[in-house]
Design a protein around this ligand. Sequence first.
Ligand code: EPU
Length: 430
Amino acid sequence: MNQYIVHGNRPLFGEVTISGAKNAAVAIVPAALLVDGVCRIENVPQISDVTLLFSILESLGAKVRVLNQHAVEIDSHAIHSTKATFDQVRKIRASYYLIGALLGRFGEATVAMPGGCNFGVRPIDQHIKGFKALGAEVTEGNFVHAKSKGERLVGANIYMDVVSVGATMNVMMAAVLAEGTTTIENAAKEPHIVDLANFLNSMGADIKGAGTDSIRIRGVEKLAGGTYGIIPDQIEAGTYMAAVAATGGQLLIKNIIPKHMDCISAKLMEMGVYIEEMDDTLLVRRSEPLQRANVKTQPYPGFPTDMQPQIAAVMTLAQGTSLVTEAVWSNRFRYVDELKRLGAKIQVDGRVAVIEGADRLVGAPIQACDLRAGAALVVAALAAEGTTEISQVQYIERGYEDLVGKLRSVGADIQVIDVPDEEMCAGHIG
Ligand code: EPU
């Protein structure tokens, strides 16, 4: 088991290059199953969620050829199985995309109920509603089994009851090869929705309206293959912005799409952080004390829930009392107890966290409980005085490519150590 050891209270200076977007990659890699040919995907982030998906695809019969650190070729011509077992999917929530992709291409999918980060009830009723509307029979138990009633799925008008990233993408995948036209109303609008649509279109699909709340998909006979580059990761970039906001200093954050960053930049600017936008780069500087702010998470283009823990970590050091309202997930404040170990003053009441800014945080042993929670602990540890030991960092490595290497390159004193399992457990009693 790895641990991060952080000697904090040092400003960050330098340049960081952002990797491909995790939440786009974890949809686009399964979507390669829809392609009856070879697709080359570039700007793929090197993270454990993606590696896991490669191995699942291989077990289904896809040929996955890693071309270099960030490019892969997937040949899904000879898929021989439409079933993914619990052992394969238990660590990765995004495995639900296997259902839409396999159902869309082969008319059948059997996928164990997915794992992933636990921050409240994570239903997939909207995904299933969409598959049923397209003409699939769906049963749920330990496995989700979806099977087309006819030879092909048939396009339909689907109105989503909640704005769901996963359901929007999953139904889009199921619909690309269906007969006729599908519309998804009340669709999610996140950048990764647009990225998946662009990927599918570049393979031969006919999807319009991605990025609005109404998406129209005209079914095509076949997706033939092609080359596609994944967009940069909005949340990875936001996490480095939060890090420099917490520590002070100046970072040039390269390879971003500025428009995607607006919702995060606006909040940090409100807190006194200087941000300058240049083509595909952001200059982020914090030299003045941080000011309090309120934030409420919302679907895109609102403030992203996946940045909520990191901005809360920054708010622990702001002057005054900040309010954080989590409106997407029912239980995404589990990291708060860990921040409190560093001296943060936070009270949680349901979906609202009240954060009383402190002058300083002080290092302590703490534990990540999910991906973004882990990122928030790193942000806080970088600003804290003394030494912080962060355990359970495998959660962080699910979604951040080389976080430690990138932080070290901008002056952070952070290292990875390998700790025997028993020692880790003993360290966390009480
Ligand atoms: N919901 C339903 N029914 C459904 C689906 C969702 O009620 O069928 C509810 C959820 O309970 C939640 C809300 O709708 O309250 C939004 O859920 P959504 O489906 O949008 O989330 P998701 O697709 O499961 C993705 C990201 C999450 C991110 C959310 C929201 C991936 C693999 N995961 O999850 O990312 O928090 O969208 O933006 O794309 C992360 O990267 O750390 C992460 C958790």
